[in-house]
Write a protein that binds this ligand. Structure first.
Ligand code: S3P
Length: 436
């Protein structure tokens, strides 16, 4: 499948985007090991979260789905999961694999976690090291999946300083910490998304954050609690970008999660001159939400503050596109983690932007993007959902049509992307590839 994105007049609109991926994964995982029934509303029905749902069903959890975005999870309690009959296939999802490894580390059975070509190439030593120190036995292929997790019901709590800013690794350790004897604490080199901590608290677990360490005391019992999932700011980012690049449009995106550990993209775009305001701020359960109003803006190149990187980690493909149309140059530094996402996102965006006539200089952990105009052309997504959507949005302001190859992965995080973008006037169609 490929996208064909034609230059289009983006217009005023009031839209919604699907539920938050990180919160949806956690709702399934924590709901499954809680006592009682967890209802989830606004669940992201994307392939990544559906893979987590199937995996927990294979571990013996009854999960009903009365509507596409609604789940009823019959929690089995901390010790109620059962050995699966087969390997658990987590598709494209790093979050599913790393967080589930934390849960499985404390079981009295073994399970194998595997995934697609992208996921099986991603680094897992970052969770193997701390979980092994807690007492789990994890086999891998040189630190990459498949992971064979031989759980240990006698895990011990550890104090661990994360070598990289990663909410997935932090969460894996905290989830294993629920099963462990004694206290488990994690120190992070930079603040990362805290959805796990918030949902654990909502389910009655005391999560302390003293001396900038995040700690849980095991064994801990979780009480089921309703989860309302906010719209995903990481998906809203594509709509925000399309609105900013347009000639003249004002777009409102409703009920978007604006957890301060996620809003780096708004801060960075505002520093580039973007008109973005958060309105009607309120809480949705444990998570802050707001309506986001965006007006077309002239962007200017900046040096992106490295302190904001972990707060905008999934939005760099979008930010590269913003940089490509800004006046002047934009320097990104400290973004080396992008090289181990669903694709090498620095290389993928550099290739995509260059194919559309933009000058990009790449370094190991950064890039310098020189603002210009997009020509039309053909680009690759490298099978990465966020690269595919970012380059499709670039097509809305290009001088000719942009074809984005290999876009099926968009289903992992933003089902309905083309329909949503159509509502704001974009002309992005998904086509079957012509037979070779
Ligand atoms: C996620 C954490 C981030 C992010 C991913 C979702 C999560 O990964 O890139 O899309 O839900 O915890 P890292 O924590 O590895 O940076």
């Amino acid at each position: 499948m490929h996208y064909l994105s034609h230059p289009a007049a983006i217009r005023d609109a009031d839209v919604s985007v699907p539920g938050d991926k990180s919160v949806s994964h956690r709702a399934i995982m924590l709901g499954s090991i809680a006592e009682g029934v967890t209802e989830v509303h606004g669940f992201l029905a994307g392939e990544d979260c559906l893979a987590t749902m199937s995996a927990f069903r294979s571990l013996g959890v009854t999960i009903e789905r009365p509507a596409a975005t609604q789940l009823v999870i019959h929690g089995v309690g901390l010790h109620g999961l059962q050995a699966p009959d087969a390997d658990l296939d987590l598709g494209n999802s790093g979050t599913a694999m790393r967080l589930m490894a934390g849960v499985l580390a404390g079981q009295n059975f073994a399970a194998t976690l595997t995934g697609d070509e992208s996921l099986t190439g991603r680094p897992m030593q970052r969770i193997i090291t701390p979980l092994s120190r807690m007492g789990a036995d994890i086999g891998s292929r040189d630190g990459r999946p498949p992971l064979v997790i031989r759980g240990n019901p006698d895990l011990e709590g550890i104090d661990y300083a994360l070598p990289m800013a990663s909410a997935q690794v932090k969460s894996a350790i905290l989830l294993a910490g629920l099963y462990a004897r004694g206290r488990t604490t994690v120190a992070e080199p930079a603040v990362t998304r805290d959805h796990t901590e918030r949902m654990l608290r909502a389910m009655g677990v005391a999560v302390d954050t003293t001396d900038s360490r995040i700690g849980v005391l095991g064994p801990a019992t979780l009480q089921a609690s309703r989860v309302d999932v906010p719209a995903d700011l990481s998906s809203a980012a594509f709509v925000i970008l399309a609105a900013l690049l347009a000639d003249e449009a004002e777009i409102l995106i409703r009920d978007v999660g604006v957890n301060p550990t996620r809003t780096g993209v708004v801060d960075i775009l505002q520093a580039m001159g973007a008109s973005i305001s958060l309105e009607n701020a309120r809480d949705m359960g444990e998570e802050p939400v707001a309506d986001i109003r965006v007006r077309s803006s002239t962007l200017r190149g900046i040096d992106v503050d490295p302190a904001l990187v972990s707060l905008a980690i999934d939005e760099f493909p979008v930010l590269f596109v913003a940089a490509a149309v800004a006046d002047g140059s934009t320097r990104f530094t400290g973004i080396g983690e992008l090289r181990v996402k669903e694709s090498d996102r620095i290389a993928a965006m550099a290739a995509g932007l260059r194919a559309l006539g933009i000058r990009v200089e790449e370094s190991d952990d950064g890039a310098l993007v020189h603002g210009g105009r997009f020509s039309g052309g053909q680009v690759q997504s490298f099978g990465d959902h966020r690269i595919a959507m970012s380059l499709a949005v670039a097509g809305t302001v290009a001088d000719g049509p942009v074809t984005v190859r290999d876009v099926t992965a968009v289903e992992t995080s933003f089902p309905g992307f083309e329909t949503c973008l159509k509502q704001i006037g974009a002309d992005i169609v998904c086509r079957q590839d012509a037979p070779a």
